[in-house]
Ligand binder design. Structure first.
Ligand code: OGA
Ligand code: NI
Length: 386
């Protein structure tokens, strides 16, 4: 069901010329920011009311723990074209897969996790020096979206830009622990290489020329950001979510998840399946821009994070995004008479404003952007035009 308010928002955004990031009206949070880590460390027995999700959104903490199917594992050194067939199947069926033999040095990965654990262990005052605002979201944050009175997620995060160079501000990255900035850069460089490989694989696996999707993303002018998610222990995990259901707005997300503490759940039909991380693997998912470019052959699937009472959890989400001011629509090769273009072209700058002001809202953004309700062309005007 497409929400009228969301359609109007998307339409409005589609009409305005993209403004430089930060000059939109998202200047400050609607309420004082409270760090979830502080609430957790205060040892509350019950969580404040504005973290309690409505019944329908509350987590099923046992989902997928009964030996049910889980997201596929793809070996990037596979002799069959580096896993192209497995990727095609995974992107159609799940929108998610884990990659092994990905070539990123394990020592670097461990160092990246360690600097971020150390950052979140710093005293609150030191972290507050990096407090973020909704203008760019860069820095230390505790909410997504600026709706006053919203039900919040049980998690803090640190968000930063790696690309394009003009948006990169290492002085906004943590100066402590020592080596944090250098490690973030090294980790970002390696993840960028991995994403370039993955983009080629997505291109081939969807039946396109190897460079078709990389070029549609803007060639070398791509964007990349890192969000480090920190989910403190929660005394009532059955009432809250670490991160509400959403699909990722960008291109590809490469997630490094704690392999000792589960938390990520992926939507499969009307069920939520808990991902069992394979040690040493990355979890990859396609975002809304890949769904749009592939004309929905590949789906950006909803996912969410559940929390628990015993253990905190840390994850590093690396987002690989298209050049942000280039209009993107389905690639011509994947548009046919039987399968007309499902989405109008829109730039990523316009697109992500939605999430930045509304917070995670399931798949409502990509749905409100969709022209048709199903793949069968329908005889009514598209609900959204760019
Ligand atoms: C995200 C995300 C999942 C996790 O940051 O977009 O989905 O396990 N994270 O933290
Ligand atoms: Ni996500």
């Amino acid at each position: 069901m497409v929400d009228q308010q969301l359609i109007r928002f998307t339409l409005d955004r589609a009409r305005v010329k993209p403004e430089p990031m930060g000059s939109v009206q998202l200047v400050d949070w609607p309420e004082p920011v409270v760090r979830v880590q502080t609430l957790s460390e205060n040892g509350l027995a019950t969580i404040p009311a504005h973290y309690i999700k409505p019944h329908a959104d509350r987590p099923s903490l046992s989902a997928g723990l009964d030996g049910a199917a889980s997201i596929p594992v793809v070996d990037l050194e596979d002799s069959d074209g580096g896993g192209a067939a497995a990727v095609a199947e995974a992107c159609r069926e799940w929108g998610f897969f884990q990659v092994v033999n990905h070539g990123v040095d394990r020592g670097l990965v461990e160092r990246a996790v360690e600097v971020w654990r150390a950052f979140f262990r710093l005293p609150l005052e030191e972290k507050q020096a990096y407090a973020n605002s909704p203008a760019t979201y860069e820095g230390y944050g505790s909410r997504l979206g600026v709706d006053k009175g919203a039900i919040l997620d049980w998690g803090d995060y640190f968000f930063l830009h790696l690309l394009p160079e003009k948006l990169k501000s290492p002085e906004k990255w943590p100066a402590m622990p020592t080596h944090c900035r250098q490690t973030v850069q090294e980790y970002g460089d390696e993840l960028l290489k991995l994403c370039k490989r993955l983009m080629k694989l997505l291109s081939i696996s969807s039946g396109l020329d190897v460079d078709r999707l990389p070029e549609a993303f803007g060639g070398d002018d791509v964007g990349a950001t890192l969000r480090v998610n920190y989910y403190p222990k929660c005394p009532q995990p059955e009432l809250a979510l670490g991160l509400s259901a959403h699909s990722d707005p960008g291109g590809i997300t490469v997630l490094l998840a704690d392999d000792a503490v589960k938390g990520l759940q992926v939507r499969k039909g009307d069920r939520w399946v808990t991902v069992q991380p394979v040690p040493g693997a990355f979890i990859v998912n396609v975002g809304d821009q890949i769904q749009i470019l592939t004309n929905a052959i590949y789906k950006s699937v909803e996912h969410r994070v559940v929390v628990n009472a015993e253990k905190e959890r840390l994850s590093l989400a690396f987002f690989y995004n298209p050049k942000s001011d280039m209009a993107m629509g389905p690639v011509a090769e994947l548009v046919t008479a039987d399968r007309p273009a499902m989405y109008p072209a829109m730039t990523f700058d316009e697109y992500r404003l939605f999430i930045r002001s509304k917070g995670p809202k399931g798949k409502s953004q990509v749905k409100s952007h969709q022209k048709y309700d199903s793949l069968r062309p329908i005889m009514q005007p598209p609900c959204v035009r760019a």
